[in-house]
Ligand binder design. Sequence first.
Ligand code: SF4
Length: 228
Amino acid sequence: MNAEKRRRIFAKLAEANPDPKTELEYGNPFQLVIAVLLSAQTTDKAVNVATRRFFPTAKTPADLVALGEVNLMEHIKTIGLFRNKAKNAIATARQLIDLHNGEVPHNRAALEALPGVGRKTANVVLNEAFGEHTFAVDTHVFRVANRMKLAPGKNVEEVETKLMKFTPPDFLRSAHHWLILHGRYTCVARTPKCGACVVFDDCEFAGRHKISLDSINNLVVPAKARTQ
Ligand code: SF4
C-alpha cells in the first residue's frame, strides 16, 4: 500500500471519529493498568461490568491490596481467566507500591516488568495515560492491518513495527484507537461490513464487497411481492 492511500485511510477514519477513546472505563492511570490487564481475551464491556463493582473503592494500589485477592476474584469472576488476573492485579499493585511510590511509571521497561503486563498493555498505557505515540496491536488491529494491507505482517511485532513506520506522524496519537474501533465495529472478523466502510475505496482486501444500504433500498421489488 502506498503512502497516499495510508494517509487517506487515516484521514477518513479521523473524519468519522475525530476524538477516539478507549472503551475501557477508568478513573486514573492505575485503574487503566488494571482494566487493560483484565481485558486480555475478554471484551471491554465485560471488563467494565466487573470494574464498576470495585473501582469506586479501589482507586489506588493500596486500596486494591487492601481489597485482597479473594474479594477481587469475587468481583471479576464473570470474566475469563479471573483467578490468574486477580493474582496479577494484586501483585502489580504491590509492585507499584514497593518500587514506584504507588504511581504508574512513565517508562516502558518498568511497565512491562509489572506482573501480567506485556508489551500490548504497556503500549495502551503509554498512549492513553501519557500521550505517547504507540501502537497496541490486539486481535482487531492485527486483522485490519493485514486485511486491508495497511501493514501486513506475520506476527504482532511485525505489524506494530510497520504501523509505527508507515503511519503518518500526525495520525499516530489516535491511530491505534481508530484501527481497534474499525475492527470491532466495521471490519469485523467473519463478515466485514464493507458496504458501510469509510475506507472502502483505499482498502486493498481482494475480497471486499460493497453492498450499500442504498443499493439494497433501490432494488426493484417485483410487483407481486409489493402487493403481498
Ligand atoms: S472495505 Fe471491507 S475489508 Fe476493507 S477495511 Fe472496509 S470493512 Fe474491512
